[in-house]
Write a protein that binds this ligand. Structure first.
Ligand code: AMP
Length: 401
C-alpha cells in the first residue's frame, strides 16, 4: 500500500521494471509495498550505476523521483549496526525531514536507522538519535558541524555521501561549511549529487571532490519542469501589491508566494491576513516548530496561501500547488527554476506568475533564455500594465517612417 509518510504526486515513470535495475528481492518487496510500479527516468538511470559504487551527478527536475534514486541504492548497500556509513546533506530542514521519511521506509527491511540532524530544533533528541547508533545521517551542514565539534557524531566511516540540491550546497553561502565537512570524510567513498540546475562553475567545484563521476542528465530542454505555464506581469513598483491581490482572486487554487527578503515575506503575510486570506508564512527567522506548522496547515489546506523566502521555500514538496507567484523576481535563473518546480510536481499542471517592474527586465531576459521562450506578458484586473521600453521605442520608430 502507498505509504502516507512520504509525499505522493503523480509522477512520470518509464515502462521499465524495478526488477531490471539490480535491486535485491527484499528491496523490491519494499518498493512494491510502497506502491511504486515503474521507475522514473532518473531512477532507471541512476540506480544501476549507483549500485556499482560509481560517483554520480544526477540532473533532474524537482519532483522527478530523485530521493528514491539515491535512497534505494543506499538501503541496498548498508546493513544495520556498522556505524554511520551514509551521509545525506540537504540545504533545508524541510528537505532533510522528507528524505528521512523515505529512508525510514526504504531501509526498513535492513532495519536501517536514520538520524536527522537539522538546525532550529533542540539538540537533546538529536544526541539521543545519534547515540542510538544510526546507519545514516541526514543533515543540514551547520548543525552537523556543531555535532562533530561536540564529538556526538563521527564521519570517519562514511562510505556514501549524497548532496541533495547540490548546486545550492556548493554555492558561496554553504561552501565553507561543505569544505569543512568534506575534510572529515574518508577519501575512499561514493559521492552522489543531485540537482535541477548545475552551473558550470559549481560543477567544477563538485568534480574536485568526486572520482570521475557519471553525469546523468534527464532535464528537459529549458531546465524548468514541464507542464508549467509561465506568465509575466510588468507593473509599476507601487502597483506590485495590487497585482498580487488581484492574482490571488484570479486563481483560487493552492498558491505559493515568493518574496526575496524575510521582512518582505513577513510584510506580505500581514497584508494578506488583514485582507482575510487564509495565509501562512515560512522564512528563516521563524523557529523550526513554526515552520513545520506553517507547512502542515498549507499542506492540509487550512491555509490556501503560503508566503515563503527562497531558502525556506526550496524543497517544499506539497502536492497540488497550482500557482506559484513570484512577488519579487528571483536573484538568479536557478532560483526561478527551483521556485517554479514547486508547482506542476510530477505530471501535474501549474502556473508561475512573476510580478516585475522595468528594473527587473534584464533578469527576465536571462530567464527567457533558459526557458527557451518569451514569457507571455499578461495583465491583471485593475492594474495598468507597464509598457516595455522596447515596445515604445519600436512604436516611435514606426511612426517616424
Ligand atoms: P522526489 O523527486 O524524490 O521528491 O519525488 C517526487 C514524488 O514522486 C514523490 O511524491 C514520490 O513519492 C513520487 N515517486 C517517486 N518515485 C516514484 C515511482 N517510481 N512511482 C511512483 N511515484 C514515485
Amino acid at each position: 500500500m502507498i505509504n502516507a509518510a512520504i509525499p505522493q504526486h503523480p509522477v512520470r515513470t518509464t515502462d521499465q521494471n524495478f526488477t531490471t535495475l539490480g535491486l535485491s528481492p527484499e528491496i523490491l518487496d519494499t518498493v512494491r509495498q510502497i506502491g511504486f510500479e515503474h521507475p522514473t527516468p532518473i531512477q532507471a538511470a541512476v540506480i544501476p550505476i549507483a549500485l556499482t559504487g560509481r560517483d554520480v551527478i544526477g540532473l533532474a527536475q524537482t519532483g522527478s523521483g530523485k530521493t528514491a534514486a539515491f535512497a534505494l541504492p543506499l538501503a541496498e548497500k548498508l546493513t544495520h549496526g556498522r556505524g554511520v556509513r551514509g551521509l545525506i546533506l540537504s540545504p533545508t530542514r524541510e528537505i532533510a525531514l522528507q528524505t528521512k521519511a523515505f529512508l525510514d521506509l526504504f531501509g526498513a527491511n535492513h532495519q536501517l536507522a536514520t538520524a536527522c540532524v537539522i538546525g532550529g530544533v533542540k539538540m537533546r533528541p538529536q544526541f539521543e538519535a545519534l547515540r542510538a547508533k544510526p546507519d545514516i545521517v541526514v543533515a543540514t551542514p551547520g548543525r552537523l558541524l556543531d555535532h562533530v565539534q561536540r564529538r556526538t557524531v563521527s564521519l570517519s566511516d562514511i562510505e556514501v555521501l549524497v548532496l541533495d540540491e547540490a548546486d545550492h550546497m556548493l554555492d558561496l553561502g554553504f561552501l565553507p561549511q561543505m569544505r569543512d565537512i568534506l575534510k572529515l570524510l574518508p577519501r575512499q567513498r561514493q559521492t552522489m549529487m543531485f540537482s535541477a540546475t548545475m552551473p558550470d562553475s559549481i560543477e567544477m567545484i563538485a568534480r574536485d571532490f568526486m572520482r570521475s563521476p557519471e553525469r546523468i542528465d534527464i532535464m528537459p530542454v529549458g531546465g524548468a519542469a514541464e507542464g508549467i505555464t509561465h506568465r509575466l506581469y510588468v507593473v509599476k513598483e507601487e502597483d506590485k501589491r495590487n497585482a498580487l491581490l488581484a492574482l490571488l482572486h484570479q486563481e483560487l487554487g493552492s498558491t505559493l508566494v515568493f518574496a526575496r527578503r524575510k521582512v518582505d515575506a513577513e510584510w506580505l503575510f500581514h497584508i494578506l491576513e488583514r485582507q482575510g486570506h487564509p495565509v501562512a508564512r515560512i522564512h528563516a527567522d521563524q523557529s523550526q516548530s513554526r515552520r513545520v506548522s506553517a507547512l502542515k496547515t498549507f499542506r492540509e489546506g487550512e491555509h490556501r496561501i503560503l508566503v515563503a523566502t527562497d531558502i525556506a521555500g526550496r524543497g517544499i514538496d506539497v502536492p497540488g500547488i497550482e500557482h506559484v507567484i513570484n512577488f519579487d523576481i528571483p536573484e538568479n535563473v536557478d532560483d526561478y527554476v527551483h521556485r517554479s518546480g514547486r508547482t506542476a510536481r510530477g505530471a501535474a499542471l501549474g502556473i508561475v506568475s512573476t510580478i516585475v517592474t522595468w528594473q527587473d527586465l534584464p533578469m527576465v531576459r536571462k530567464i527567457e533564455e533558459v526557458l527557451g521562450e518569451k514569457v507571455p506578458r499578461c495583465a491583471v484586473a485593475g492594474v495598468e500594465p507597464w509598457e516595455e521600453m522596447e515596445k515604445k521605442a519600436a512604436t516611435r520608430g514606426r511612426r517616424r517612417v
